[in-house]
Design a protein around this ligand. Structure first.
Ligand code: GUN
Ligand code: ZN
Length: 444
């Protein structure tokens, strides 16, 4: 076979991909693993994937990037993260509402300065790449330029990213408030400029019910009806104090989700962060309306928000669309390995065993599904964008030692998800271009 792209190449290694959703189809049926696999990258996409001997034989002219001892998998998808909170990480605070007031809001105020926003956007994206994260759904701040700056930085790297300007018109400091009208106008202008441009898409982003008036939630719903291909992201049912405040602010609502439903802010394409303390009605409504949830386990532990019952949401007969997320800076790590570990541990505390293939699915293709992009990111398969990572399976002495005693693929994946972090990311490719290569003492 010939290719028209002169820069086409083959990647060879231990390739992990998904044929299906393991929660629905079971781990074995859903997971594909080639111990000596390969795929062709051309024009920024994966054109064909399969056993290395087949791919090499059919493309003898192409150069080969060999990662024989490494795991090759789709880049991680972080389905809920605040780039402006990169410097808020590990701020010693009380619960969610105290943490927002004392640390998060003062840091977010700095994003009125475009230069500062640019610096943090660059830093954040480079650290995402170093952690193997190639796509994310990102909150900016209330300042429209904080979203524009982020999109520009993502575009410069060729990244597939979702983001939105936060809408917040009450219960926040003066310098962090917009109005229903200005948030509508600014979000609309940003969508006109960025939504659907290259690999970027817009998420309408009312922060949460506490910081939006009914008028602003109405404006967000109107925007979504006008731009149905955009996504909608917000927070829900994260902490007990937050829920009590929402009940006080919206006394007529049946529950927290009902506040959003009333304004047309639920359904496919919605992405609700946290969703820990759901009532039965809310849980049923999530499944019935096709609304999505981003599970943020490191954040939920750091802020003491609670234990999301993943088994209940995803393991039963009416599964809810779920992504896995770092929620920096409420979260304590940008690493999706660390996040899978936390998800495993939180599920354990709820009496549910999160199987490793299920965790990797949530961290890649499941997140892509939530962001309505599962047809082109989150997997290694023909036709997919060539966003992938090379995982060093022996990145620390403990991991290297543990790798000597494996019984199967699931155990190998489990060891990595429990013990690995950014040190395991040997290289990160975006649209076929190597944008990150590990350097220094860990390279060998
Ligand atoms: N709820 C409203 N805003 C935020 C935020 O920035 N982080 C978290 N974890 N929860 C929120
Ligand atoms: Zn959040």
């Amino acid at each position: 076979m010939t290719t028209s792209d002169p820069s086409a190449f083959i990647v060879r290694g231990q390739v992990l991909s998904f044929r299906d959703d393991p929660f629905a189809a079971g781990s074995d049926a859903a997971t594909a693993y080639q111990s000596d696999g390969a795929f062709v990258v051309e024009g920024g996409k994966i054109s064909v994937a399969g056993p290395a001997q087949d791919i090499l034989a059919s493309h003898p002219q192409l150069p080969v990037e060999r990662y024989t001892d490494d795991l090759i998998m789709a880049g991680f998808v972080d389905s809920h993260v605040h780039y402006p909170q990169y410097e808020v990480i590990a701020s010693y605070a009380g619960d969610l509402l105290e943490w927002l007031d004392n640390y998060t809001f003062p840091f977010e105020a700095r994003f009125a300065d475009r230069e500062y926003a640019r610096k943090i956007a660059d830093l954040f994206l480079d650290r995402c790449l170093a952690n193997g994260t190639t796509s994310a759904s990102v909150y900016a701040t209330v300042h429209p330029q904080s979203a524009g700056t982020f999109f520009a930085a993502a575009e410069a790297r060729g990244l597939c990213m979702t983001a939105g300007k936060v809408m917040m018109d009450r219960n926040a400091p003066d310098n962090l408030r917009d109005t229903a009208q200005s948030s509508y106008d600014d979000s609309k202008a940003l969508m006109e400029e960025w939504h659907g441009r290259g690999r970027l898409q817009y998420a309408i982003t009312p922060r949460f019910a506490i910081t939006s008036t009914p008028e602003q939630l109405e404006a967000a719903g109107t925007l979504w009806r006008e731009y149905p291909s955009a996504l909608m992201q917000t927070h829900i049912d994260e902490s007990r104090n937050e829920i009590a405040e929402v009940r006080r602010l919206f006394p007529d609502a049946r529950d927290y989700l009902d506040v959003y439903e009333r304004f047309g802010l639920a359904g496919p394409g919605s992405n609700f962060g946290h969703a820990i303390h759901l009532t039965e009605r809310e849980r049923d409504a999530f499944a019935a309306t096709g609304s999505g949830i981003s599970h943020c386990p490191t954040s939920n532990m750091f802020l003491g928000s609670g234990l999301m019952d993943l088994g209940q949401l995803r393991g039963g007969a009416n599964p809810v669309a779920l992504g896995l997320a770092t929620d920096i800076g409420g979260g304590s790590s940008l690493s999706m390995f660390r996040t899978m570990k936390a998800a495993y541990e939180v599920a354990r505390l709820c009496g549910y065993g999160l199987h490793p293939t299920h965790a990797y699915y949530l961290a890649t293709l499941g997140g892509a599904q939530l962001l309505r992009q599962a047809d082109h990111i989150g997997n290694i398969a023909a036709g997919y964008d060539a966003d992938f990572i090379v995982v060093d399976l022996r990145s620390t002495p403990e991991i290297a030692n543990r790798m000597e005693h494996l019984s199967d693929l699931a155990e190998m994946l489990f060891v990595q998800m429990m013990l690995a972090d950014d040190r395991a990311i040997r290289a990160t490719y975006v649209a076929g271009r190597k944008l990150y290569q590990r350097s220094g003492a860990h390279e060998h």
